[in-house]
Design a protein around this ligand. Structure first.
Ligand code: G6P
Length: 372
């Protein structure tokens, strides 16, 4: 009904606007008076968490992309190898699991059968399972060793938005907690990252305040038959999620690629007028990432692509090669998916609406898939 949509055209639009709160609520109450992280819900013994030598994240759909983001953050902060795998692939390939493996199952609904089957399999093989779930009292947390709840609130639109941001946030908390426990980061470094993380809700709100520009471009592109999305590092799962949103609700062929893979195949798809989204990392990072992505934008532009670039405020290096720039606030690269994905969600929602489609109830999809 119109009332619960809070005046928005769709639940998806409402939920996109709920995101600053979803992230803030997921962060709420996770630190003690000294600023140290406390994850009380995490009932797995500290000795077990100290001894784990591998993490495997399992999930489906959008939740799996949050796991993909988690891999970059957790490996960097904790120096524990992290694998990310679709739950249905994990379950049926005889994965290597021991008592020192932590399996992290991520699910908005907590009811996805593919993920539940993978959880059961992991526990049977002796691994500990931590569920990151949005729905209280659902099946996956009941069947796991522990649960870290995301506090996004109920998500109604089939295409996941606020749950995704809350899942990424919960994964950051897990990574920072493990780093604290295992001593792979100094306390002041951890506090600094947490401080940056706490600034994200306002930054997401800032992106939402600029949504009109994104919507205008989406309307103008409503008849495009195909979109490509490119990103590196954490921008890669953001690209995958941007493409998934367009497929799910706008029924447009869209593909996400690791930008470095372009020259190994996908660039053959690019010809005159092909729209290509590129997620540019922070130019303030110490690595070569930004420079490499700028080269990728040039490469597709030189082949006639129309480039739509998600870039930080103040990043002028992308401007000469971008047909359109969507700005996001300055954010450390590892945390940047929380702002970078927002314009892509808005774009998909507006484009689906412009095509006259049911944004909240796309054909053939279910919010929660309870069959294998
Ligand atoms: C379905 C939904 C997707 C969702 C996926 C995983 O396919 O349509 O939006 O990402 O399931 O759902 P979960 O509840 O496990 O996060």
């Amino acid at each position: 009904s119109a009332a619960v949509k809070d005046g928005f055209d769709s639940f998806m639009d409402k939920e996109i606007h709920d995101q600053p709160k979803a992230v803030a609520d997921t962060l709420l109450g996770r630190t003690d008076a000294t600023g140290a992280l406390v994850l009380d819900e995490l009932r797995i013994p500290e000795s077990t968490l100290r001894s784990i030598d591998k993490i495997i994240v399992i999930a489906c759909g959008t939740a799996a992309y949050s796991g993909h983001v988690a891999k970059y953050a957790i490996e960097h902060w904790c120096r524990i190898p992290v694998e990310v795998e679709l739950a249905h692939e994990f379950r049926y390939r005889d994965p290597i699991l021991t008592a020192r493996t932590l399996v992290v199952a991520i699910s908005q609904s907590g009811e996805t059968m593919d993920t539940l089957m993978a959880v059961r399999h992991a526990r049977e093989q002796g691994a500990s399972v931590l569920a990151i779930v949005n729905t209280n009292g659902s099946t996956i947390p009941r069947e796991s060793d522990a649960v870290l709840y995301t506090h996004a609130g109920p998500e109604v639109a089939v295409a996941s938005t606020k749950a995704f941001l809350a899942q990424i946030t919960a994964c950051y908390l897990l990574g920072l907690y493990l780093a604290q426990l295992r001593g792979t980061k100094f306390a002041d470094e951890l506090r600094e990252i947490l401080h940056e993380l706490q600034a994200l809700p306002d930054k997401i709100q800032h992106v939402l305040d600029g949504e009109a520009a994104v919507r205008e471009v989406a309307q103008a592109m409503k008849d495009e038959p195909s979109f490509l999305f490119l990103g590196r590092h954490v921008g890669y799962p953001v690209a995958l999620e941007g493409a998934l949103k367009l497929k799910e609700i706008a029924y447009i062929h869209a593909e996400g690629f690791a930008a470095g893979e372009l020259k190994h195949g996908p660039i053959a798809l690019v010809d005159e007028g092909q729209p290509v989204f590129v997620i540019a990392p922070s130019p303030r990072g110490r690595d070569q990432l930004h420079h490499k992505v700028v080269s990728n934008i040039q490469e597709v532009r030189a082949r006639g692509a129309r480039t739509l670039v998600i870039a930080e405020e103040g990043d002028e290096a992308v401007a000469p090669y971008a047909d359109i720039v969507f700005r996001v606030p300055q954010t450390p690269t590892l945390l940047s998916p929380l702002v970078a994905v927002v314009p892509l969600q808005i774009f998909a929602s507006e484009l689906a609406k412009a095509k006259g489609l049911d944004v909240d109830q796309p054909r053939n999809l279910a919010k929660s898939v309870t069959v294998e």
